[in-house]
Design a protein around this ligand. Structure first.
Ligand code: ATP
Length: 324
């Protein structure tokens, strides 16, 4: 390991609460292990532009409770090209950075994996996305906070829905994955959960509306944005025409789900993964993601997390069905 003296850290893709706790853990562990730590601002864009700052212990003080990412994040098209990645490598080289910790989702890990093969520089991934849709880890940073934000919002909607006897379609994040909708649906006692992974839920919803909705004071239907029928507005419009006597409303929670102070669970898990990422470098690992499986730290090849698909839990789907 004596080769790695300067480690860079960046956040990339969508921001997620808890990323700051991971940055803090990476920086402080690196310093404690005798390395220098560098913050690469705005993800791969900042790498290409050399927007890189040396970090000391004080530079990550007072950030653990903050949402978003102090390093900022970006989506960088130039990094999709060899020329872009070469510019990034040249910048890293000019700062003497010999390993990079990437906090992000599968797109960010794809970029890391390609660059590490082209330029022989170790990359370690830390899963940071509110969607929780990465293969090889039970949990991604930000998911727990996003769930709590959604549950809090749905509890509020429930108050007004039951006062007026309304049916609310609530759209939550998840273009390709229904993890947020499924777990927040269970946690908020939703009467329907529509997610991209599970077909036939709309038929169950119709049956529920026809047979049981009138018996309840209110109904909340959680819809993942990537659901097949086209999102909450499209589904609500369709259902309105089929059930004209119901008072139906729609709420799209949107970016409120990304922000906010991270939950204790997100802070602790992000801290564990940040420490594990530096320990992995010390152990000569490269092109891996650190993750959490059954509460324990695991190392997963970046290639696997990119290529393989994480399924929603059949157990949770069954529980959601049983409890409606
Ligand atoms: P989220 O799950 O929050 O969307 P993500 O990491 O998947 O996070 P993306 O926008 O897909 O977010 O990717 C982030 C950045 O990673 C991209 O803007 C780009 O710079 C880089 N990236 C993504 N895919 C590739 C690729 N195939 N080759 C090189 N770089 C890539």
């Amino acid at each position: 390991m004596e080769d790695i003296l300067k480690v860079g850290v960046l956040t990339s893709g969508g921001d997620a609460p808890g990323m700051n706790a991971a940055i803090r853990a990476v920086v402080r562990t690196a310093l404690n292990r005798g390395m220098e730590a560098y913050g690469i601002r705005r993800g791969y864009q900042g790498m290409i532009e050399g927007d890189i700052i040396k970090m000391d212990s004080a530079s990550v003080s007072g950030i653990i409770q903050k949402g978003g990412t102090i390093l900022q994040t970006a989506r960088c098209m130039e990094f999709l090209t060899y020329e872009g990645r070469k510019k990034g490598y040249d910048q890293l080289h000019s700062f003497g950075i010999d390993a990079v910790i990437v906090i992000g989702g599968d797109g960010s890990f794809t970029g890391a994996s390609i660059m590490s093969k082209e330029f022989d520089i170790p990359f370690i991934g830390i899963p940071g996305t509110i969607d929780n849709d990465l293969y090889g880890t039970d949990y991604t940073i930000g998911f727990d906070t996003a769930l709590n934000t959604v549950v809090h919002a749905v509890d509020n909607i429930r108050d007004t829905a039951s006062s007026h006897g309304r049916i609310f379609f609530v759209e939550v994040m998840g273009k390709e994955a229904g993890f947020v909708a499924l777990q927040s649906g269970i946690a908020s006692g939703a009467e329907g959960i529509l997610i991209p992974e599970e077909k036939g839920q709309i038929e169950k919803l119709r049956k529920y509306l026809a047979e049981r909705a009138r018996l309840k004071k209110s109904s909340i239907i959680l819809v993942a944005e990537g659901e097949d029928e086209g999102g909450a507005i499209a589904i609500a419009n369709k259902i309105k025409t089929e059930f004209p006597s119901f008072d139906i409303r729609t709420t799209i929670l949107g970016h409120i789900q990304r922000g906010g102070s991270p939950s204790a669970y997100d802070r602790v898990s992000a801290s564990r993964m940040g420490v594990a990422a530096i320990e992995a470098l010390i152990d000569d690992q490269k092109s891996i993601m650190v993750g959490l499986v059954n509460g324990e730290i695991v190392h997963v090849p970046l290639n696997k997390t990119i290529k393989l698909h994480k399924d929603v839990s059949r157990d949770l789907l069954a529980i959601a069905d049983l409890l409606i």
